[in-house]
Write a protein that binds this ligand. Structure first.
Ligand SMILES: Cc1cc2nc3c(=O)[nH]c(=O)nc-3n(C[C@H](O)[C@H](O)[C@H](O)COP(=O)(O)OP(=O)(O)OC[C@H]3O[C@@H](n4cnc5c(N)ncnc54)[C@H](O)[C@@H]3O)c2cc1C
Length: 385
């Protein structure tokens, strides 16, 4: 409440408001704070909490996170260097990952970034933003309490689907999406810590990878149509997911550690505006890559870096206008992520088309070079500050 009063009275209006304190919002806040900019993050939930996510992080963002001050090497994280893919009937191929990655639960990842941000002096406000208006070269951000905060810049980092998408009347929110995400953690002694699995089943696919506790994350993306017929996650796992013998074996030899799995509906992979009503969108708010690519988190972090860099230029260079900032960010976002999103869509279409996927697996099994090329096309190079 102290923070709220401080800002509401205009004594110390923040220069930058970041809506949403997930990976994108926290990264942008740390970057801007490091550059000496005054930031306020508004997040609707307290930390820590679990989120629906496969929790495999591509190494492309590791050096940047470390430069921001996140000491990943002290967390004892599983290092992942191999990808295993299977078809519905359990045909398997394994390939080494060109860059590799690490496993970390969102419970710990987001919380560590939050604790770091607090330590570095980032301000947080725990409330839901219900509206954002831009007028006279300034934003007015309305909270659920009806109170308003004014700022020069707003970054939108409010995730894949938020009340604000409705309020801002964003295009994708008008369309229904058939996708549902389900996640849980399991005790399982057989899953190698260096392996991320991607396993197909009718109407969807699921990923397996270890987290920092040694438990295995099992996260699926499924068509709602296929899910609803079974009437619940337990039955769905038994009747549909277990049609893949690898997943059947995993589920039979694992014990769930969550009270119940988490799920989110209406996950949209449609194109979104990267700059909407002068708000620079980052992370999933700007666009979500299909989870099978395993680098949505890396993209969220990278896009936050790109947005923060443009904000710094806008604040420091008198000739770099708001229009320049918006145009440059949009261009950089497209350049870095446009092709990956396109590739992700094509790969997901292929994976869900049983006949073509089986054929594709056969081709790829004979040419791991091709599979490595596909992986490289959905990932970026390591990023630095
Ligand atoms: C099924 C599935 C599996 C996935 N697996 C992987 C994987 O293995 N590897 C990978 O790299 N990526 C994966 N992803 C993608 C990854 O989860 C996302 O790309 C990542 O979470 C994006 O982070 P973000 O910061 O943009 O959003 P989020 O982490 O969702 O953060 C958004 C924040 O905004 C807050 N918020 C929303 N609205 C408001 C409001 N009005 N006011 C205040 N706060 C608000 C929310 O509470 C939330 O904390 C997966 C995605 C799905 C759906």
């Amino acid at each position: 409440m102290f923070i709220l009063k401080k800002y509401l009275h205009g004594v110390n209006s923040p220069k930058v408001v970041i809506i949403g304190g997930g990976l994108a919002g926290l990264t942008a806040a740390l970057h801007l704070e490091q550059k000496g900019k005054q930031v306020l993050v508004i997040e609707k939930n307290q930390y820590p909490n679990h989120k629906v996510c496969g929790e495999y992080v591509s190494n492309e963002v590791k050096p940047y996170l470390e430069q921001l001050g996140l000491e990943l090497c002290n967390l004892g994280l599983p290092e992942i260097d191999t990808l295993q893919i299977s078809t519905q009937n359990g045909k398997l191929i394994e390939v080494d990952l060109p860059l590799g990655g690490f496993g970390i639960s969102r419970y710990v990842f987001d919380h560590k970034l939050y604790q770091l941000a607090i330590k570095k002096g980032v301000n947080f406000l725990f409330d839901t933003v219900v509206d954002v208006q831009f007028a006279n070269d300034e934003f007015s951000v309305t909270l659920s309490s009806k109170e308003k905060i004014h700022s020069k810049v707003v970054l939108g980092a409010f995730g894949k689907r938020s009340n604000l998408d409705v309020k801002l009347n964003r295009g994708f929110i008008q369309e229904k999406s058939p996708w549902l995400g389900i996640k849980s953690h399991y005790e399982n002694n057989g899953h190698p810590s260096n392996l991320v699995g991607l396993h197909n089943f009718p109407g969807g696919y699921g990923g397996l990878s270890q987290t920092e506790t040694g438990d295995v994350n099992f996260c699926c993306l499924v068509k709602y149509e296929s899910f609803k017929k079974e009437g619940g996650i337990e039955a769905f796992n038994q009747k549909v997911v277990s049609q893949n013998p690898i997943l059947k074996d995993f589920l039979a030899n694992s014990k769930g550690t969550f009270e119940k799995p988490l799920s989110i509906a209406q996950i949209s992979f449609e194109k979104k505006k990267v700059v909407d009503d002068h708000i620079l969108m980052c992370g999933d708010t700007a666009g979500l890559i299909h989870p099978l690519c395993g680098n949505g988190m890396a993209m969220a972090i990278h896009s936050a870096k790109l947005a923060a860099e443009q904000v710094v230029m806008f604040m420091e260079k008198p000739n770099f206008t708001r229009k320049d900032m918006e145009k440059e960010y949009q261009m950089l976002w497209e350049k870095n992520f446009g092709k990956r999103l396109w590739m992700g869509r094509r790969l997901q279409d292929l994976m869900l088309h049983t006949k073509w996927f089986n054929l594709g697996m056969h081709t790829v099994a004979n040419s791991k070079i091709l599979l490595r090329k596909l992986i490289s096309n959905t990932h970026g190079n390591p990023i630095l500050h």
